[in-house]
Design a protein around this ligand. Structure first.
Ligand code: ATP
Ligand code: MG
Length: 279
């Protein structure tokens, strides 16, 4: 029976270097054998890591996040969705209108600025406003999407960044009453194929904000959430037609595509470049 294992510093470094394997279950015979194995392994990983950095830096290889965004945007273009871009800075009233009031858990995750304004934790306020006003202006179905950063104070680990990219699409005044759920499922599955993700399942959930929602789950991780209207929040936004909306977490999808085990190395960072450790 061996009892020598990687030290916590060694383990930490291997994680940083994106080591996917595990050490031998029985451990190593001696500290010297362990250290030799660690040196071999880390040298290999450092080499691989350096190759990844070089690809990103000198060979124009796109990050997985950029690739996923590009695939989804190209699919949305084919589907007739137009890109919109709404402010990062929103008002407290917008949150109230989303029913994210003082008692709501998401309220505690908001980054506040001066003057009762905050960094948006979601894209819905901007999209609610735009789908309403574009429909008023044109009196036709409105298919729009926004892809941009959302901000939430998060304590939870592998799947949560404080700033992450959300792609939110919405189809307004387009589907007939009663057909929303089917359309949502259709868009969800098309979006995942377009992004290059396999093995997802769709699960009905109850959300604090949206009531009944659909979640797209892969290996226990939520990649996206969808909702439909008419909905209890709609009246506050002056919205009265049917809608179908889907919010996709781009780093989480990139994690599924690249096989990384957390979003930390895929999000905005000065320590990682496209999943590769910089130092
Ligand atoms: P979770 O329950 O996993 O915290 P959520 O249900 O609060 O997520 P939504 O508001 O449904 O998240 O946001 C839509 C999508 O945005 C999620 O399905 C997820 O992919 C992504 N997302 C949400 N919060 C984060 C975060 N902190 N970091 C990275 N991605 C996130
Ligand atoms: Mg969700």
């Amino acid at each position: 029976m061996h009892s020598v294992y990687f030290t916590s510093a060694q383990k930490q470094r291997l994680v940083e270097l994106n080591y996917a394997g595990t050490e031998p279950e029985s451990g190593f015979e001696t500290p010297e054998a362990r250290d030799a194995a660690y040196r071999r392994l880390s040298a290999e990983l450092v080499k691989k890591n350096r190759e990844l950095l070089a690809k990103a830096l000198y060979h124009g290889e796109k990050s997985t996040v950029a690739l996923v965004a590009e695939r989804l945007e190209s699919w949305l273009g084919e589907m007739g969705f137009a890109e919109v871009s709404t402010p990062h800075i929103i008002t407290a009233q917008c949150l109230d209108k989303m029913s994210i009031t003082e008692s709501h858990p998401l309220r505690k995750q908001v980054f506040w600025l001066d003057g009762g304004r905050c960094l948006r934790p979601m894209l819905a306020p901007g999209l609610y406003t735009l789908m309403r006003d574009l429909h008023k202006a044109l009196n036709k179905p409105v298919r729009i999407y926004e892809i941009g950063t959302c901000f939430r104070k998060e304590q939870r680990g592998a799947g949560h960044l404080n700033e992450f990219i959300m792609l939110n699409l919405v189809e307004y005044a387009s589907v007939k009453q009663g057909e929303q759920q089917n359309r949502l499922r259709e868009l969800a599955s098309l979006a995942m194929s377009a992004a290059g993700v396999e093995g997802t399942e769709i699960i009905a959930e109850t959300s604090d904000v949206y009531g009944e929602t659909l979640d797209i789950i892969r290996q226990g991780t939520e990649l996206a959430s969808g909702a439909t209207g008419p909905h209890a929040l709609d009246a506050a936004w002056g919205v009265f037609e049917t809608w179908v909306g889907l919010g996709i977490g781009i780093e989480r999808v990139a994690m599924a595509v690249s096989g990384h085990s957390g979003v930390g190395r895929l999000g905005r960072s000065t320590a990682y470049l496209n999943g590769a450790r910089i130092n």
